[in-house]
Ligand binder design. Structure first.
Ligand SMILES: Cc1ncc(COP(=O)(O)O)c(C=O)c1O
Length: 392
């Protein structure tokens, strides 16, 4: 059963604020914080190095977290690596693949900068780029992607869910048409993993990038990259922990995942992430999806019924609700919401400037929901927005 009161006890900060900035980062449950505390107080050591007991415990916990996360996303364990965040995961792919002048990349205008700039930078190497436009709800039609494919297209990079509009892309169809033409596909799962069931194998992508610190409820500084064939990618960093042998004349990289995790990783963060993902599994990702969708639907409907407010995005949306109040800057709306009722929302371009500008906007206010938000909180939010409207 989805017992929201019990769930909220696991996130103490929710007694103080209405936290609707889950699209940026989420709160972490006590259970995940406790296992990080255990790491520090009971067995902290380095991962994969050393025969002593603490090193063994650390390695075991870290690798258990990998199994949990890979299992949750239905990705091969050995091809699932831990990173700092989604941005790093995408950069690993963009910089690790080998590119030739004239190679072509397709992406979209609704991408977060993290799934745009790594590909844009490849222009410096002579890579060409097509940026496909979304419709007025921020949704990209796979047919438009298909139209953009040329015989030089090497890769298609698309977000699963837009962090600006809450629109959900048909990533399965996009990956299918990529695969049929031997084109690589990258899915940015920053706004999907943990909000909805995600199955790496079923999506059929070559790379799936996700944050640990958003809907998977892990700590900040954790990210994930699942790869179909990790040997297509040259690791970004090499050094300790990434090799099997080193002599004065050279080195041999270890297999995946170790070759991608040189240096001391964020061990406590990864262990905390593993427990956080178990927590998401305990709640049931389908239950989370249904709960958050209801909140988003209610919020969008409530906001749209207020005169002077425009709500963007599709009706059937992921838990992201962007809006504007005519006559007031998004930052001012966000500040007032915080100052008056301690409601935390995001405002501005949401690191997705091209998509916002394309819609003719100069920013939005964004309410984004998590598994611990309540219908009553949405009521307070709508009431407050009604009051804010009177200030214009
Ligand atoms: C769609 C999307 N992609 C990428 C990112 C970047 O994620 P991270 O902060 O984990 O690098 C975000 C963050 O908001 C996002 O919403």
């Amino acid at each position: 059963m989805y017992d929201i009161d019990l769930i909220r006890e696991d996130f103490p900060v929710l007694k103080d604020v209405i936290y609707f900035d889950n699209g940026a980062t989420t709160q972490t449950p006590i259970q995940a914080v406790r296992v990080m505390e255990d790491y520090f107080f009971k067995y902290a050591a380095n991962h994969g190095r050393g025969a002593h007991r603490l090193a063994r415990y650390t390695t075991e916990h870290y690798e258990n977290a990998r199994e949990t996360v890979a299992g949750f996303l239905n990705a091969p364990v050995e091809n699932t690596i831990f990173t700092r965040n989604t941005t790093e995961s995408i950069n690993i792919v963009a910089q690790g693949l080998s590119w030739e002048k004239g190679d072509h990349v397709i992406t979209t205008l609704v991408e977060h900068h993290s799934n745009l700039l790594p590909w844009m930078r490849l222009r410096e190497q002579g890579v060409e780029m097509t940026i496909v436009e979304p419709d007025e709800t921020g949704t990209v039609d796979p047919a438009k992607i298909e139209e953009a494919i040329t015989d030089k297209t090497k890769l298609i990079a698309v977000t699963h869910v837009s962090n600006v509009f809450g629109s959900v892309m048909d990533v399965k169809s996009i990956c299918k048409l990529a695969k049929e033409r031997e084109i690589l596909s990258v899915i940015d799962g920053a706004q999907s993993a943990g909000h909805m069931p995600v199955d790496f194998e079923k999506i059929g992508c070559d790379f799936f990038a996700a944050p640990g610190h958003k809907a998977l409820l892990g700590p900040q500084g954790t990210g994930i990259l699942c790869m179909k064939d990790p040997y297509l990618v040259k690791p970004l960093n090499i050094g300790g922990g990434a090799v099997t042998s080193v002599t004065a004349s050279g080195y041999e990289l270890d297999n995946a995942p170790s070759r991608f995790e040189a240096g001391t990783p964020n061990i406590p963060g990864v262990i905390g992430l593993g427990r956080a993902v178990e927590y998401v599994q305990e709640l049931g990702v389908e239950n989370i999806e249904a709960h958050e969708k209801n909140l988003a639907k209610k919020a969008a409907k409530g906001l749209a019924s207020i005169e002077g407010i425009d709500v963007y995005g599709p009706e059937d949306r992921a838990p992201v609700v962007p809006f504007n109040l005519n006559g007031m800057h998004p930052h001012d709306v966000a500040l007032i919401l915080d100052e008056t009722r301690r409601i935390c929302v995001r405002s501005g371009y949401h690191c997705a400037m091209p998509g916002i500008l394309h819609m003719g906007l100069e920013g939005t206010v964004r309410a984004s929901f998590g598994p611990y938000n309540t219908s009553e909180e949405v009521d307070v939010f709508i009431e407050t927005m009604e009051e804010v409207t009177r200030l214009v």
